[in-house]
Write a protein that binds this ligand. Structure first.
Ligand SMILES: [Zn+2]
Length: 82
């Protein structure tokens, strides 16, 4: 189980240095809910959604099935060419 957590931390969105990029904040909770739980591959629900500055969002999620919490990092990058 510990290796799974380690792997999750190294994957995209697992740390502030490796955020998942999205084009708008509206997409964040959809993307978070679409990620499988590291432990049981269940669905995540969003517990908290915090602005961490500079387009960075810290999203706290918990698995609907096993309750395992996880922090996901997102960065909002505008796709507007202007
Ligand atoms: Zn789970």
């Amino acid at each position: 189980m510990r290796d799974r957590e380690k792997l999750a931390a190294l994957s995209s969105g697992g740390a502030a240095e490796r955020p998942i990029t999205v084009t708008s904040s509206a997409v964040i909770e959809v993307r978070a809910g679409a990620l499988p739980c590291v432990q049981c591959e269940g669905e995540y629900r969003v517990v908290a959604h915090d602005n961490a500055g500079a387009g960075l969002r810290k999203v706290s999620v918990a698995c609907r099935l096993c309750g395992t919490p996880r922090i996901l990092w997102f960065r909002i990058v505008s796709d507007d060419p202007n």
